[in-house]
Design a protein around this ligand. Structure first.
Ligand code: ADP
Length: 771
């Protein structure tokens, strides 16, 4: 009876695998029944089954498989276990045979052991081909002839270890990649020299260096410019071991070819190895743009504040919740609140009355909806000034996207202006109602002469308002139209008083004489702002004047004839008187002088009538002007015992004109100068010529003429009132002189100062052609 498997010592024990080996019918395998197994196999199996270490054995040429309990888990579930026990190696491990066969052969033929650590040997288990890692040795097992007959495998599955290591490596790699790609600059500095151990892309970009230039070198060799700013900070982290957080630190950095101050937020973190600080890790972000834009905003704000803080206007900004986000000093003062008390608060909270707050809130809504400013006027009590009137404007503050982000407002105290405006309106109203009560035709025009106001009398008198040229033309007598327009234009351009006489047509179509007087109204700077004037009906006066003129004209004519007779008889009397009768001769001479004076007066009166009727005749001759002046002086000097007439200057050119009439003017000016300077001894006459104009000036140092009378003394019968009491005259000399000079195309005017004297000037062209 042959031995059962269980009887063999080398198949004892061994747990499940011992049992399976004992149960297997080895006779069906190529190594046959255990009875024939060589001692090498027996000994090895004995060790294998008793080992707690995973072991596998290939035996014989076919490489029949044996393995122990400890090896079993490596084969997984639903895999090779238990089928490969006693199976030839090639059949048991088809999936890896190409890997292990050369190893087995190496051991079998060269008797060398082989050793592998963490080698990937995928096996089929758990229903699939799995990647399995092994650390194992193949060692030769000899048979009793000393030939290698088997290969013993001592192995440990290291799949878990390898996978763990792999994971660690992967995560390490991931970490490195993360560091490299991090959007913040990261660098590691080692030792007191701060050798750059690594620097990520962001850091290299930040310092504008390549990895080659930067890594592996002391920091301050590559970037000496940052030493002053950061050396001490790094030293303190390295020595004390406390991290340092830098906030917007300005650091001069040379990059992109220039050096600039840039700003950085960063952390210096001490790196410890074996409890010792060996380096510093640096995490940094550049905030230059942020800092600079903030600085710009701050600068803008400062500028804005200097403007808004120093104005009396109230300036403020509302957010879209109707809260104040800005209020200038003037507004805070008005409220009597501090910035912190007022900002972020609404209108009600800042003391606005409910109606007022409600009104502004609706206006803010309107500004936001329309994106257009809203303007208004409001009146409310000021904390200290009492009731005030304000003009305000709310405007939209529009952001980059075109949306209204806030509403800004400006409010101005216009109480004074409003009051002044009301005052002006009231005074204008008073003026208007006063103007309406006057019998005159009152008018107001702007500085350019456009009508602003015409009293109701215009309508009543003419049936029209003199609004424009058309209406004006319809009212004014056609013969007077050009004349009055010329005078008005002259006043508008020179600012001189507007004075003229004109015929205006009434409703019945009848023309009545009016005199107009208009005066400019000026502002503080003396600029003309308007003209105010009135037309006064002088029709009756005109008629009376005409009657007077007519009477004077008739009377002077009537007087002229008997006077001429008297003059002739006096001359005859003088001739017949005995030369020795001195007394009688004297009387006759005096009578003759008075008659001459009377004759002159009557001639003047007749001249006035002639002027009125346009019949004053002129005879044009060429004469020596200088001689005329000299002879006139001589003639007057004869009759004046009080004054010397002093002449300066001369005129060489001959003059064309009416010699007698020009003499009449000079006589008039000289006699006036003497007459109106009693108590003085001299009067002066200066003649000169410039280009083709003769100029004559007659000066006295007498009583003078007040400014307001200067332009009236050339009017017919006008005598300065104060003078009329003390001096006799008719007030027609200057009127006639003015007419004569005008007809010579010249100008006659006077300059004077009361109490100091007067100068009368006239100019005439050398050559005259009367019109
Ligand atoms: P009259 O016969 O009154 O002198 P005129 O026409 O010559 O008439 O002068 C008009 C007015 O002008 C005078 O009444 C006088 O008031 C004033 N006047 C003229 N010449 C002078 C002068 N040299 N000085 C002061 N007043 C003068």
């Amino acid at each position: 009876m042959s031995k059962k498997n269980a009887d063999y010592y080398f198949l004892q024990d061994g747990g499940e695998m011992g049992e399976r080996m004992r149960a297997l019918d080895w006779g069906k395998t190529s190594i046959g029944d255990p009875a024939a197994w060589p001692p090498g196999l027996r000994t090895t199996l004995g060790i294998l089954l008793h080992s707690k270490f995973p072991m596998f054995l290939w035996w014989s040429d076919e490489l029949i498989c044996f393995y122990n309990d400890a090896y079993r888990p490596s084969l997984g579930k639903d895999g090779k276990h238990p089928s490969i026990l006693g199976m030839p190696g090639k059949e048991a491990w088809p999936e890896i045979w190409h890997i292990i066969e050369p190893l087995i052969n190496q051991v079998m033929t060269k008797r060398e052991s082989v050793w592998f650590e963490d080698l990937l040997v995928p096996i089929y288990r758990n229903g699939k081909l799995e990647d399995v890692y092994w650390t194992f040795s193949y060692s030769p097992v000899p048979d009793d002839t000393g030939k290698v007959a088997g290969v013993l495998v001592n192995c440990v599955e290291t799949t878990d270890k390898v996978n763990t290591l792999k994971k660690i490596e992967e995560s390490d790699q991931r970490f490195r990649n993360t560091m490299r790609q991090a959007p913040v600059g990261i660098t590691i500095l080692r030792g007191p020299e701060y050798i750059v151990e690594m620097a990520n892309d962001a850091y290299l970009q930040l310092v504008d260096k390549t990895e080659k230039e930067f890594v592996g070198k002391p920091l301050f060799t590559s970037m000496p410019e940052v030493k002053e700013s950061v050396h001490n900070l790094l030293d303190s982290v390295l020595t004390k071991g406390t991290p340092y957080h830098g906030n917007e630190l300005p650091v001069p950095i040379g990059r992109h070819g220039k050096q600039d101050i840039c700003y950085f937020d960063f952390i210096y973190y001490p790196l410890k190895e074996d409890g010792k600080i060996t380096g510093v890790s640096v995490v940094v972000t550049e905030v230059t743009e942020k800092v600079e834009s903030r600085k710009k905003i701050e600068e803008d704000k400062r500028r804005y504040e200097t403007i808004t803080q120093n104005t009396p206007d109230l300036i403020y900004v509302f957010d879209l919740q109707y809260r104040f986000s800005y209020a200038n000093a003037a507004l805070l003062t008005m409220w009597g609140r501090s910035w912190d008390e007022a900002i972020g608060k609404g209108l009600l909270e800042n003391g606005y009355e409910p109606w007022h707050a409600e009104m502004h809130e609706r206006e803010i809504d309107q500004v936001v909806a329309t994106k257009k400013p809203v303007r208004g006027e409001v009146s409310f009590p000021h904390a200290t000034l009492g009731k005030r009137i304000y003009d305000y404007i709310l405007v939209p503050v529009i952001d980059e996207k075109g949306k209204v982000e806030a509403v800004a407002g400006t409010t101005r105290d216009i109480t004074q202006q409003v009051e002044a405006r009301k005052e002006i309106e009231a005074s204008e109203e008073r003026f208007r109602s006063l103007a309406q009560t006057l019998p005159q035709l009152v008018w107001v025009a702007d500085a350019q002469g456009n009508q602003e106001f015409a009293s109701l009398r215009w309508e009543e008198y003419s049936g029209v308002q003199p609004k424009g040229e058309q209406e004006w033309k319809a009212i004014v007598h056609p013969d007077d139209y050009e004349g009055i327009n010329a005078v008005w234009m002259h006043s508008l351009t020179t600012g001189s008083i507007y004075r003229h006489e004109v015929r205006l047509k009434n409703k019945q179509g009848e023309y009545r004489w009016h005199s107009v007087k208009g005066e400019p109204v000026t502002d503080k700077e003396n600029n003309i702002v308007k003209w105010v004037g009135a037309f006064t009906d002088i029709q009756e006066q005109k008629i009376k004047e005409e009657k007077k003129d007519e009477f004077i004209s008739i009377a002077s004519h009537e007087l002229k004839t008997p006077l001429t007779t008297v003059k002739a008889y006096l001359q005859m009397l003088e001739l017949t008187l005995d030369e020795n009768n001195e007394e009688a001769s004297l009387y006759a001479k005096k009578a003759s002088q008075s008659v001459n004076r009377l004759n002159e007066l009557i001639s003047e009166l007749l001249d006035v009538s002639k002027i009125r009727l346009g019949k004053l005749n002129y005879s044009n001759t060429q004469f020596n002007f200088n001689e005329l002046v000299d002879s006139t002086i001589e003639h007057i000097q004869l009759t004046s015992t009080t004054h010397s007439i002093i002449k300066t200057g001369t005129v060489n050119e001959k003059v064309t004109g009416d010699k007698d009439r020009l003499q009449q003017v000079i006589v008039n000016l000289l006699t006036n100068a003497i007459k109106y300077s009693p108590g003085t001894k001299e009067v002066f006459i200066t003649v000169s010529q410039e280009n083709k104009m003769i100029k004559v000036a007659v000066t006295d140092t007498g009583i003078g003429i007040a400014q307001q009378s200067l332009d009236k003394i050339f009017d017919k019968y006008h005598r300065v009132e104060e003078h009329a009491i003390h001096f006799q005259g008719l007030g027609i000399g200057l009127f006639i002189s003015h007419e004569i000079i005008q007809r010579h195309q010249g100008k006659l005017w006077a300059e004077s100062e009361p109490g100091k004297g007067s100068t009368f000037y006239f100019t005439i062209p050398v050559n005259n052609s009367f019109q």
